[in-house]
Design a protein. Structure first.
Lengths: 345, 409
């Protein structure tokens, strides 16, 4: 993967060309947070890749490291306290982690872009929304003010904000939660990125608005053939949009599978437990089963499989030997010593 | 049908909007605008709706944390609204509340023992002074916490554990009604199931009636016997859980149900989705007639002029109350009955014990072994609690009446 296909484009900028459709490749990523209380190991060897037009969902509960993964790819971790002791994040073959900061900055927006959970705090409250969308064009494309603003209006129309022309000068607080989320999406897709990372994009929204935003995201992805990384804890949203799912627990990937396989027969006890613990709208008389306990403290991750204290299948081996993420069935990876048993259950 | 414990009649809460130096009232936010319902003994009434529909204000009105602008709440036939401060306090013993945010609803400077025991400071006749600490420990045990943790502070507990503390405080006075305002919304899914199971168990054992306020329609379906759907301060539809979810008649309920994602990828693209246009109108200036008419696809002139009452509608063939002139049942979610399905308990269990210490690195190490039959000891405690209703007697006396305390699970 080192023989990169980088070549200077007409404008002298680096041009990124995906290899065999592969946009992003995360390999053995580690992230630690050095705090006064000790070292929190937020990510402990995560590997996955993302192809053009693909939707990959990263699923996990709070503290599983899903957002930190996103921030590491975007390069927006606060360092310190965060430290990346190892791993690679390659975008079209180029390692983002070793790239000079100036070059990396130029990838944020045109190549890799991100939308956040809370639009109200992600947008700047003292500038009009149109100005904030137009900023992308002014800074990355050297556009003049009026042209950039025109582009902003066009984008606001694309994300279906009614009366875009009149609202381009309005401030974030003058919009509803759903509309603000649309504006953030407009900022993120402004420069036609190849990879869009959506970190819990609908968690703060009501269900009817959530449905609108998710269908907008799907539409945009289809239209622009973006690679989408959807970070969420919501098993319902994932079932509706993802092609592949990576399940995270305590900073590791515990399962990776096609969406249909994962829901039909999960290959890790944690995934299985999660699926049994959610109430479903289309079922009555359901008994909810809960996974006992809590995810581990990241400063004291248990030896062996991190899930072992909560796992009802745990054997002695699970307490000492870290299970590798291995192929347990065609196209299916699981990090459980007894994955075959779980799949068949 | 069992007796009515709590009844709301035409509850209204308007908040004034003040402007200018003189703080003149320029309008009102109509948070709750005419809501009536009955809550029966031991049942769960789910209240669903999107943000701003007035469901939390309704909860506060039921507790009388807010004074209603109009209308009344009565507990076992006794009107709450005109009551004196002293009577209100006595009545409030029977109605308690659990809040959404387990991080802000517990005082960080008080120990768990003080938090759970505080109701006894106000209602001094419930448990004699000497028995309080013991009683708090029983309550902690009842909600699945380690009674030895009585001297810990809230920050030493996880979110799920804190919600258990909130529940312990809520049931301390043996209330008849527990108002739960988004009790599981702040919790992770795996922890959410633990708390939901705990609430169901407590209801069975203590005969509590719940008003369960939440925005998550799946959780509400799971826990509720009856469900009320709110929109802009009014009840759009009210009925048995199965009626509302399997045969919704109000267009808003239909749209809401169709928007909920179902964790089953085989249904992708097969589910009918009703996408609503626009946003919820401002409650300061709600639309005339039916409040939903601005976003409804069935709208007629009548909807803009006449406000529909929440009532049984024969023409809609509905067996439950609906506030739509053109109520008509429509199947949105295909329901499967899974009551005979068993869990594979190798992966998850329906136990209600708190297992937060397991692997969490919080609290005492290694204290998280799975307890397989916690029910026996807990049931005994529940009986003891029922016995407590006889004020002034030994708080751990076990009731002699076999019908009390022992309810089929």
């Amino acid at each position: 993967m080192t023989d990169t296909t980088t070549r200077p484009s007409a404008s002298g900028e680096t041009e990124y060309v995906p290899q065999d459709g592969k946009l992003l490749e995360v390999e053995d990523l580690h992230v630690e947070f050095h705090t006064a209380d000790g070292v929190a190991k937020a990510i402990n060897g995560v590997s996955f890749d993302l192809h053009q037009g693909e939707s990959l969902a990263i699923l996990g509960e709070s503290g599983s490291g899903k957002s930190v993964t996103a921030q590491a790819i975007m390069g927006i971790l606060d360092m310190p306290p965060a430290v990346i002791p190892g791993g690679h994040i390659r975008y079209c073959g180029q390692d983002l982690l070793t790239m000079p900061e100036e070059q990396r900055r130029k990838t944020r927006g045109p190549e890799v872009s991100m939308i956040f959970q809370d639009a109200l705090s992600a947008l700047n409250p003292v500038f009009p929304v149109g100005w904030q969308i137009a900023e992308m064009f002014r800074i990355h494309r050297d556009m003049n003010k009026s042209d950039a603003l025109e582009q902003a209006v066009r984008l606001m129309e694309r994300v279906q904000i009614p009366g875009a022309k009149d609202r381009v000068k309005a401030y974030p607080h003058q919009f509803s939660g759903g509309m603000r989320q649309r504006i953030m999406i407009a900022v993120a897709i402004a420069l036609d990125p190849a990879v869009l990372i959506a970190d819990e994009p609908t968690t703060a929204l009501d269900v009817t608005v959530q449905a609108q935003i998710m269908s907008l995201l799907e539409e945009l992805q289809e239209e622009r053939q973006m690679g989408l990384i959807l970070i969420t804890h919501d098993l319902g949203v994932v079932a509706d949009v993802a092609d592949r799912i990576a399940v995270m627990y305590a900073g590791r990937l515990v399962e990776k599978a096609d969406v249909h396989d994962l829901y039909a027969s999960p290959a890790h006890p944690y995934t299985r437990g999660l699926l049994e613990s959610i109430p479903r709208l289309d079922q009555k008389g359901q008994t909810l089963a809960a996974i006992g306990g809590l995810p581990p403290n990241l400063m004291r991750i248990p030896d062996g499989c991190a899930f072992n204290p909560r796992c009802r299948m745990a054997q002695d081996r699970c307490r000492t030997e870290v299970p590798e993420l291995r192929e347990v069935a065609p196209g299916r990876l699981s990090a459980c010593h007894f994955a075959e048993e779980v799949i068949d259950a | 049908m069992p007796e009515v414990v709590l009844s709301a009649q035409d509850l209204v809460k308007h908040y004034p909007i003040k402007k200018g130096v003189l703080r003149r009232t320029v309008g009102h936010v109509k948070a709750v605008d005419g809501v009536s319902f009955d809550l029966h003994k031991g049942e769960t009434l789910g209240i669903v709706g999107e943000s701003g529909c007035g469901k939390s204000t309704l909860g506060r009105l039921l507790m009388r944390l807010e004074e209603p602008t109009a209308g009344s709440v009565s507990f076992e036939g006794q009107d709450f609204s005109g009551a004196s401060a002293r009577d209100t306090r006595r009545l409030r013993r029977n109605i308690q509340i659990v809040f959404q945010d387990p991080y802000t609803s517990l005082n960080p400077r008080m120990t768990v023992g003080d938090i759970v025991g505080e109701p006894f400071e106000i209602h001094t006749d419930v448990v004699p002074k000497g028995g309080r600490r013991k009683r708090v420990q029983e309550l902690l045990d009842l909600v699945g916490l380690n009674p030895e943790h009585i001297n810990r502070y809230p920050h030493q507990f996880s979110g799920g554990q804190r919600q258990r503390i909130g529940i312990a405080r809520g049931i301390a006075l043996n209330p008849r009604v527990l108002i739960c305002d988004e009790p599981v919304s702040a919790l992770d899914v795996s922890v959410q199931a633990q708390v939901v199971n705990l609430m169901e168990k407590l209801q069975d054992e203590l005969g509590l009636a719940y008003v369960f306020i939440a925005h998550d329609l799946s959780v509400v379906r799971h826990i509720s016997d009856r469900v009320g759907v709110m929109y802009l301060g009014r009840m759009a539809e009210l009925g048995e859980e199965d009626e509302i979810y399997a045969r919704p008649t109000h267009p808003y309920t239909q749209a809401l149900l169709s928007a909920v994602p179902v964790p089953d990828p085989t249904l992708r693209g097969k589910r009918e989705q009703i996408v609503l246009e626009g946003d919820v109108p401002s409650p300061a200036n709600p639309p005339s007639g039916c409040r939903f008419h601005t976003r409804c696809w069935k709208v007629q002139d009548r909807c803009r002029e006449v406000e529909p009452e929440l009532e049984l509608r024969e023409d809609g063939a509905g067996r439950h109350m609906s506030a739509c002139h053109f109520a008509e049942p429509r199947v949105i979610v295909e329901t499967t009955d899974v009551s005979d399905q068993k869990h594979d308990d190798r992966f998850a269990s329906s136990d209600v014990e708190d297992l937060s210490d397991a692997g969490a690195g919080m609290g005492s190490e290694g204290g998280g072994e799975t307890t397989d039959s916690p029910d026996a000891s807990v049931a005994a405690r529940a009986e003891a609690m029922d016995g407590d209703r006889h004020v002034g007697e030994d708080p751990v006396r076990i009731s002699e009446d076999p019908s009390e305390g022992e309810r089929p699970r």
